[in-house]
Design a protein. Structure first.
Length: 81
């Protein structure tokens, strides 16, 4: 039973409509059911809280042992290993 559903008109790109028809056929669903499912998922994603990037730890490593801009000093340091 369909409850509180409204009829509407969507203007879709031909390619998108073809993809939706293919998904509907593969699932044995109507185009309306597939579009409703896709819209519901899209709305969930839009409303979901945004994830913050993880804050990485920072460490004080002290003074640099060599000036990396000085090629000769860097080479000597790498040679001593």
């Amino acid at each position: 039973m369909v409850s509180s559903m409204k009829r509407t008109t969507l203007i879709l790109h031909d390619r998108r409509l073809g993809e939706i028809k293919q998904v509907a056929a593969e699932r044995g669903q109507t185009i309306s059911a597939v579009v409703d499912e896709f819209l519901a998922e899209g709305l969930r994603r839009v409303r979901a809280p945004k994830r913050r990037a993880a804050k990485l730890p920072a460490f004080d490593m002290g003074e640099a042992r060599v000036n990396i801009a000085d090629r000769d000093q860097l080479w000597d340091f790498m040679e001593r290993g």
